[in-house]
Design a protein around this ligand. Sequence first.
Ligand code: VGL
Ligand code: ZN
Length: 210
Amino acid sequence: MKGSQNVLLVVDVQNDFMPGGTLAVPHGDEVVPIVNRLAAEFEHVVLTQDWHPRDHLSFAAHHAGRQPFETMTLPYGEQVLWPVHCVQGTTGAALHAGLEAGHARLVIRKGYRREVDSYSAFVEADRQTGTGLTGYLREHGVTRVWCCGLATDYCVAWSALDARAAGFDVVVIEDACRAIDLDGSLDRAREQLDAAGVVRMNAEQVLAGR
Ligand code: VGL
Ligand code: ZN
């Protein structure tokens, strides 16, 4: 059992990111049993939930003539335009029914401001607005953040990099994640994680070291 200095951060294990969802991550459902096994070994689990208003600016449908997966410049920088996904209160935004994390202590919702996206669980895409998670973890004496969930190259990677920037030790449990992999985004994410000193592991290694 990983004690109180460790937190398992379970990112966006939500229906819309599963096969059949509106922003399906290939094989996204395969993370669920692995995340469940990990969650059972952590006393402290925090979940995130992508949580957009229906007219969120990251949705391609909101921009005339734009298609999903194109990139657009917004006031805070480059933004990938996504299919409508994880709309507040919908079934698509709900956590996967097979997720066994009843002991999770906190659910961080993110991306709830219409004009700013938030891949990261720590800082919104304007790179200024904190979600409060850094302070929460510090207040609870957490020193190491173990990341898993969806998608490796977006919300998991951005969360891991921001956790590292906030001074936490950070591990990404790669086989407990799946990627969207848009135009080389997975390779880029791995390079950034390595450069930042984020450790990449597999669940088996994590569970062996418990
Ligand atoms: C995500 C794209 C848009 C993610 C969320 O969870 O990785 N990706 N919103
Ligand atoms: Zn989103």
